[in-house]
Structure formats: C-alpha cells, structure tokens
Design a protein around this ligand. Structure first.
Ligand code: NAP
Length: 309
C-alpha cells in the first residue's frame, strides 16, 4: 500500500482492450462466413441485479458486432419448458453461444441446464465436459467470472507462482473453478466456505485472496495480511448501491492492491464471454468442434525455487 491507499485493480482498461480485439475479429468472422454470431441469454423470472447485468451483456454484444438475443421466460416457467428452450437454441445454427442467467428460480434445478446445454455452445463453462477439461488442465470453456478473477491478477502484473492464494467460496461457477485456475498458475491454494472454521486465520495467511461468497462486508482489514492482493468477486445490492464481499474501507488500510466493486472483475467477465462466443462460433462453423485437448505449456519451476538434492 502507498500513502494514498492500495493500488486499485480496475477491470475497465483490461476489458476495453479485450473488447477492441474481439470487435476486429468479429468483423473478420462476418466477412469470412457471412453472418455474425449470436449469444443467447436465457433469463427466467425477475431478478433486478440480473436484469442490469443482462443489459450490459446484450450491449457488449452489440458493441462488439455480435447479436445478443434475450430469451426471457416468466418466473412461473416449468423446468421442462426451460429445457425445451435450451434445446431449440442448441439446434439453431445462428446461435453460437448460450448462457443461462443465475440464480434460477428455486423450483428449477441447475441440472436441467447442465443436462440440456450443448457443451460446444456452453460458453460459460457450466457443462461437466467443460468443467472436466478445466479440472484436467485442458482448454475447454472456462467459467467466465472465475477466469476474469484470475485474468485481472495476471494482466495487472501480480506474480502468482508460489503464492498462497485463499479462495472464499466453492460454487461450481466461481469459487471452485477460480481455485483450479490459480492452481494452474502454480499458486498454493486453500478453498474456504461457509463451514470453514476461523475464516480469518486462513485469509490472514494469504498473499492473494479471491472472495466470491455473496456476503457484503464478509472480509475486513483485520482478516488480511499486510500487503496482500485482494480480488473481490462479490456483487451485492445494499441500500447504498452495489458492493462486493470485502469491506473496502478497512481492507484498504492493509492490502497492497484490491479490485473494487463495481469496476473490478465485472467488466472483464463480460469481455471474456465475447471472446468465448467468437471461439465457439469459429469452432462450429469451421467444423472443428471445440475439442482442443491442448494442455497449456508447463514451465520449469523458477530458478530460485529450492529443489530437493
Ligand atoms: P453461491 O453459489 O451462493 O456460492 C457462495 C459461496 O460462498 C458458497 O461456496 C458458500 O459456502 C460461500 N460462503 C457463503 N457464506 C460464507 C461465509 N460466511 N464464509 C465463507 N464462505 C461463505 O455464489 P456464486 O454464484 O459463487 O457467487 C458469489 C458472488 O459472486 C456473488 O456475490 C455473486 O453475485 C458474484 N458474482 C459475480 C460475478 C461477476 O462477474 N463479478 C459473476 C457471478 C457471480 P457453502 O458452499 O458452504 O454454502
């Protein structure tokens, strides 16, 4: 931290660069194939934060030269109808990517989406095929928010290798994949959740803390190590507006860098979805189903790492 406070890890400049690149590549795709990819966003019910987020995604699609199609189903919709809608989108050749906005109404289990969605169009990495590829270290579609949480660290030049990272949250869409991605970056990873005993003892030991719990103010300055780097993934609507899971005021007195909410991870998540949409479209049109079982290159450990003799 400097006298003026910690470094703010801002998502907007990173996302702007990513989106500009996607826009150029989207135009090239259109010239080559004669159509623009469509992202179908399925939304069941009425959830105010989701609605705001969806409008952002649809606007990002338009700005990038893609089509964003909202498939809005009423709150009382049945699981069978949701499945049918997803199957129709799977079969639509103009639809290259599908995301289903969470949370679903409690009546509809997530398994309905997971069982129905075509893994080649599953650009938010929900399907077991994509999650399995991630777990095994291959290149499937990664869950965009988890990827964004790690991307903001990498693109901000934060060293990850050998660092102790604590992830707070173990959901399949954010916490768990973020932990796997940090492991891939050679962090030593601890995953905490609602049954963790003495959360602060874990977070205080961390060089990097990624928080995705959906609990405003869960992490305070006294729970953080001086100089730690914090990525706040939480999005919570409170009386004052949108806040993350980290108490920014107390954390700012301790940490060296922190991603704000709003303005941190969110914009990058959006840009990553566009990247995934383009990649899915290419794979579908060019007849190369996105099954690249390609492992990221592994590097030897840094020279300073002590080795057993
Ligand atoms: P989720 O499915 O509700 O999972 C929350 C996780 O946090 C669970 O693993 C839960 O533990 C853990 N948790 C809850 N209370 C805790 C506590 N007091 N101490 C420690 N762990 C606790 O939520 P999610 O979908 O992962 O989303 C997490 C947050 O990220 C939400 O605020 C969501 O709005 C936000 N989000 C942001 C973006 C973005 O683009 N920035 C995108 C998606 C989601 P258990 O497993 O034990 O229940």
């Amino acid at each position: 931290m400097t006298e003026s406070g910690p470094r703010l890890l801002l998502g907007a400049p990173i996302a702007t660069e990513m989106r500009a690149r996607v826009k150029v590549e989207m135009a090239a795709f259109r010239r080559r194939h004669g159509f623009v990819p469509t992202l179908a966003v399925v939304f069941v019910g009425r959830d105010a934060p989701s609605a705001v987020y969806l409008q952002q995604i649809l606007r990002s699609c338009r700005n990038a030269g893609a089509v964003g199609r909202l498939v809005h189903l009423p709150a009382g919709e049945t699981a069978a109808h949701l499945r049918r809608e997803i199957e129709l989108l799977n079969a639509d050749p103009l639809v290259s990517g599908i995301i289903v906005q969470m949370p679903l109404p409690k009546r509809i289990p997530l398994s309905v989406v997971i069982d129905a969605i075509d893994p080649a169009k599953d650009i938010d990495g929900l399907h077991p095929r994509n999650f399995g590829l991630l777990a095994l270290g291959y290149e499937g579609f990664l869950p965009a928010t988890a990827q964004a949480a790690v991307e903001i660290l990498k693109r901000s030049g934060i060293a990850l290798e050998g660092q102790h990272a604590v992830v707070v949250g173990r959901s399949n869409v954010v916490g768990k994949p973020a932990a796997l991605l940090l492991l891939r970056e050679h962090c030593t990873v601890t995953v905490c959740h609602s049954r963790t005993v003495d959360l602060g003892a874990h977070t205080r030991a961390a060089d990097i803390v990624v928080v995705a719990a959906g609990r405003p103010g869960l992490i305070t300055g006294t729970m953080l190590k001086p100089g730690a780097v914090v990525v706040d993934v939480g999005i919570n609507m409170v009386a004052e507006g949108i806040v993350g899971d980290v108490d920014l005021a107390s954390a700012s007195a301790v940490v060296s860098a922190i991603s704000p909410v709003p303005g941190g991870v969110g914009p990058i998540t959006n840009a990553i979805l566009l990247q995934h949409l383009l990649r899915a479209a290419r794979a579908q049109v060019e007849g190369t189903p996105d099954r690249r079982l390609r492992r990221p290159p592994t590097r030897p450990p840094a020279a300073s790492t002590p080795r057993p003799s």
